[in-house]
Design a protein around this ligand. Structure first.
Ligand code: ZN
Length: 240
């Protein structure tokens, strides 16, 4: 079995389509999604429809939660909040209910899926370093867990201590636990603008980070045409 693990699509249809083509080319047998299907970019409804039609395991992201509710947006930066309000107006009641019903974490095959952290998934903490990863590991009952939220692909592993770093492809060591960020499809923030996702080959026991060029300009034009903040278009070109 070959799993494609995608996260943080954020309504970026151009990036999502290129990722889906690559998933087919890589002959992945399954797809799972770690949340934040919507928010930031100009095609939340189209991206959500594709995810719903795929009929795959999905967990809830903070943007999925905020875009499907009327919650106050105090914790959000102003550009993100503006995009949330815009996205709420694009989604149907049925779309919102579907997002609202997603769970914070769940299992697929032999691994765990979560958007933010396992210790308190509904608090949307950010795992950038070993310390934050160390807080999540005690709640991880599977060897492997995949997460998103930071939009920065990094892999943490634990044996006696927690280690972490960037990765491109590696073989899984059965004596270790892994907490792996798969990067973002629709708004990368690791200074690399290419769309990111992971292929987990369960037979070969390998994890591979895929990076793909897509039509950034087309996505930017749509963001501006929709009246969303300019900064959201600009950042796609820099991957931050
Ligand atoms: Zn996100």
């Amino acid at each position: 079995m070959k799993y494609a693990i995608i996260a943080d699509i954020h309504g970026n249809l151009e990036a999502f389509q290129v990722v889906l083509e690559d998933i087919r080319a890589q002959k992945a047998t399954h797809i799972v999604c770690l949340g934040d299907v919507v928010g930031y970019n100009a095609n939340p409804k189209e991206c959500l429809q594709i995810v719903r039609d795929l009929n795959i395991p999905v967990v809830k992201g903070n943007h999925d939660e905020y875009c499907s509710s009327e919650n106050h947006l105090e914790g959000f930066n102003p550009h993100a909040a503006e995009a949330v309000i815009w996205t709420r107006n694009q989604l149907s009641t049925d779309d919102k209910q579907w997002l609202c019903d997603l769970k914070y974490s769940r299992m697929a095959a032999n691994f765990t899926m979560v958007h933010a952290t396992l210790d308190a998934p509904e608090r949307w903490g950010y795992v950038f370093d070993k310390l934050a990863a160390a807080a999540s590991f005690p709640y991880q009952n599977t060897q492997m867990c995949f997460f998103g939220h930071t939009h920065v692909p990094v892999a943490f592993m634990r044996d006696t201590v927690v280690r972490g770093g960037t990765y491109s492809k590696f073989k899984v060591d059965s004596s270790k636990k892994y907490f792996i960020n798969v990067g973002a499809v629709g708004q990368p923030r690791d200074n690399n603008p290419k769309a990111a996702y992971v292929i987990y080959d369960m037979d070969a026991q390998t994890i591979e980070l895929r990076r793909l060029d897509y039509d950034i300009e087309a996505a930017q034009k749509k963001i501006l045409a929709a009246g969303l903040p300019e900064r959201l278009a600009e950042r796609l070109a820099y991957g931050r």
